[in-house]
Design a protein around this ligand. Structure first.
Ligand SMILES: Nc1ncnc2c1ncn2[C@@H]1O[C@H](COP(=O)(O)OP(=O)(O)O)[C@@H](O)[C@H]1O
Ligand SMILES: [Mg+2]
Length: 388
């Protein structure tokens, strides 16, 4: 069973940032001497500058590249600064690019507000003071660099998430197929052992019959394990339904089935109306496991008591299954409790394969909820769960 390859495929990645691309500033001005002056100041501050002599030219270069800041003359022939800004804002890569307007004449308050409405983040009054321009440019470059890093990080996370999902799906399909394919040879082992017992009964001595009994018991146990593994895999493979489910009514049915298949004297206390929202099939598996455990681990109690109810908790309403059985040390086992194959009772104390709580955990997680347990040795157990 090769599962390492799957994990190896989820690559560890470093941030391949192209910092040069964070340095670009666009200067838009119809006057060549202004463009030259601003470019000189900005280049001294380490910026890469693109010049555009009109609003139309600015729109054309904005299509091709992403800028950390756009410095825009308000008054230009043709498209003025405000109109150019409005159109630049509509371009997909420029929706948040900071635009700093430069105006040679005093800009009235209403003009300023108009500029802010078009996406201006700042104003500079000409003649521009070089230190002020350099300081503003540096601040915008830094903001831009951080934004680019955040975008890149988000992209990488998305990619890794995708790879993890694919690896997980593959692993899931693999365990399902493996469990499924084990069934046929197991059926053959059980079947041939049975034939041997029936057809050679007279010729077998006690020890040989005992061997056949052990084969039959082991095959039955492995069959149950395969069933459990298939149910576990099925929890994530099946499509989820979202319906109103009365957990109380469902639990009553399950309790009745258990009482019928092996009658016991148990005090059941199941709240009649426990409305929940979720997948009825999965919620039945969940309750079957929790009530089944409560049933199993109260086997040695003279007066066994099993409850199902709900109560207000920090995260909203939580449901609980409580019993007065043998319990376990919840403080010690809390982080192992819901992992497959983990058991805290011996086979002699109670038979089982340790898949039940892993299945329950998956069902709760698929519903967007949380599950936790309170218990102590010999003091019963309470399993709490929410359903998102
Ligand atoms: N209600 C309970 N009371 C005491 N112990 C429990 C209870 N439910 C679960 N456990 C402990 O958690 C272990 C894992 O449970 P589960 O996954 O359902 O496996 P299984 O029931 O097959 O042993 C059990 O083996 C048992 O030690
Ligand atoms: Mg169980």
């Amino acid at each position: 069973m090769h599962t390492r390859g799957l994990c190896d495929r989820v690559e560890s990645t470093t941030l391949p940032m192209n910092l040069e691309s964070c340095n670009n500033i666009l200067v838009v001005d119809d006057l060549a001497e202004n463009r030259r002056l601003y470019s000189l100041i900005l280049r001294e501050a380490g910026c890469a500058v693109t010049e555009a002599a009109s609003g139309d030219a600015a729109l054309a270069v904005c299509e091709a590249r992403d800028y950390a800041m756009i410095m825009m003359d308000v008054h230009m022939p043709g498209l003025d600064g405000f109109e150019t800004a409005r159109r630049i804002r509509r371009q997909p890569g420029c929706t948040v690019t900071p635009i700093v307007f430069v105006s040679a004449v005093y800009t009235s308050d209403s003009d300023r507000y108009k500029g802010y409405g078009e996406g201006a983040v700042d104003y500079l009054l000409a003649p521009v003071v070089p230190d002020v321009l350099r300081a503003k440019a540096k601040a915008f470059l830094e903001i831009h660099r951080r934004r680019k890093e955040a975008e890149e990080l988000a992209r990488l996370l998305e990619q890794q998430n995708h790879q993890l999902r694919a690896a997980y799906d593959e692993l899931e399909a693999f365990s399902y197929a493996a469990a499924h394919d084990l069934r046929a040879p197991l059926r053959a082992i059980g079947g041939f052992a049975e034939i041997l017992r029936e057809e050679s009964a007279a010729a077998l001595d006690e020890e040989q019959r005992d061997c056949l009994d052990r084969i039959a018991a082991a095959t039955a146990r492995m069959n149950r394990l395969i069933d459990s593994l298939l149910i576990l895999a099925g929890v994530t493979r099946s499509a989820m339904r979202h319906e109103a489910v009365n957990l109380g009514a469902l639990a009553q049915e399950i309790a009745q089935e258990m009482q019928q298949s092996s009658p016991r004297n148990i005090d059941w206390d199941i709240a009649p109306d426990l409305s929940a929202q979720g997948d009825p099939g999965l919620l039945r598996i969940l309750l079957t496991n929790l009530l089944g455990n409560a049933w199993k681990y109260t086997a040695r109690r003279e007066r066994a008591r099993i409850e199902l109810g709900q109560a207000a908790k920090d995260e909203g309403t939580a449901f609980y299954v409580r019993d007065n059985g043998s319990g376990f040390d919840a403080a010690q086992f809390a982080d192992q409790l819901f992992k497959p194959f983990n058991r805290f009772h011996s086979h002699e104390e109670a038979p089982g394969n340790g898949i039940g709580l892993a299945t329950v955990h998956r069902i709760v997680t698929r519903h967007g909820g949380r599950i936790w347990a309170e218990s102590a040795k010999d003091a019963g157990a309470t399993f709490w769960f929410t359903l998102g």
